[in-house]
Design a protein around this ligand. Structure first.
Ligand SMILES: [Zn+2]
Length: 268
């Protein structure tokens, strides 16, 4: 199983390596570590390199999360990402986590938009897929996606409406299935994810955020995504193994390279 969305630099409540070791024991063959801010990219990279040194397979994505949009001028953030990608492009699978968050008390919309659109342009220039954060912003994200030819990516931890899901899928995007699916009361989300085309879904933890129903008061971990797979398989009436293989194939189709290699040469 591939965890397509993990904040590996943020797994410090425990030790990130201990968390990743547990993931490997739970059958997670590969983890995609996503970025949130320039100050955190070096730690994210060093955690990934340490984990690789003892056999864990980790892909890397770099970006500036919309929550950090007021920490820097958009131009400064974009310059930092451009310079970072110039050095790290060979070991980068995606630009993310980027996006728009229009929930209350988030950074000003104009700043978020400038940062987001600039990062989309960088992703296109480097021919990288994007990992999108969406909160009350699906229509604005779709508007940018529709006018950006050739853009590929995933809306991570998707909890929007069926109609929005279909619009992202119509643009060739994937939707990330997070631990929200494990909550029995998430009936609308569950029936939507059961009905969407299986070749458009990715499995993700968003660890240490968004713990599932069985881990409410503890940090989330990549090791737990099997619980999400089990729920999704049951909802869809699929065999978990076959569904897991399909979701891994989806992840490799989107992120390719590093993740494919990691699975082939994984620790088993
Ligand atoms: Zn995230």
């Amino acid at each position: 199983m591939i965890d397509t969305h993990c904040h590996c630099d943020d797994l410090l409540a425990d030790s990130p390596l201990a968390v990743l070791k547990r993931a490997r024991q739970a059958g997670i063959t590969s983890v995609l570590a996503v970025g949130v801010a320039p100050l955190r990219w070096p730690l994210q990279k060093s955690v990934a390199l340490q984990a690789r040194a003892w056999g864990c397979s980790i892909g890397l994505a770099y970006g500036i999360h919309p929550w950090w949009a007021s920490e820097m001028a958009p131009s400064a953030g974009l310059a930092a990402l451009s310079t970072w990608l110039d050095h790290e492009r060979h070991d980068t699978l995606a630009v993310g986590e980027i996006g728009l968050d229009f929930a209350p008390n988030r950074p000003p919309i104009t700043q978020q938009m400038a940062l987001f659109e600039g990062q989309i342009a960088l992703a296109r220039a480097h021919e990288l897929p994007v990992i999108l954060h969406e909160r009350k912003s699906a229509d604005q994200l779709l508007r940018v996606i529709r006018r950006t030819a050739g853009l590929r990516g995933v809306v991570h931890g998707f909890v929007g409406s069926r109609q929005q899901a279909e619009q992202f899928i119509a643009q060739g995007f994937y939707l990330g299935v997070g631990a929200a699916i494990t909550h029995p009361r998430a009936t609308r989300l569950r029936s939507m994810l059961a009905a969407l085309p299986v070749d458009r879904l990715l499995l993700e933890s968003d660890a240490p955020n968004q713990p599932g129903a069985q881990h409410k008061n503890a940090p989330n971990e990549p090791a737990f995504i099997g619980e999400q797979l089990a729920v999704l398989a049951e909802l869809r009436g699929d065999a978990p193994d076959a569904l897991g293989r399909q979701l891994d194939a989806n992840a490799m189709a989107l992120f390719g390279g590093g993740l494919t290699q990691s699975v082939n040469h994984g620790p088993g």
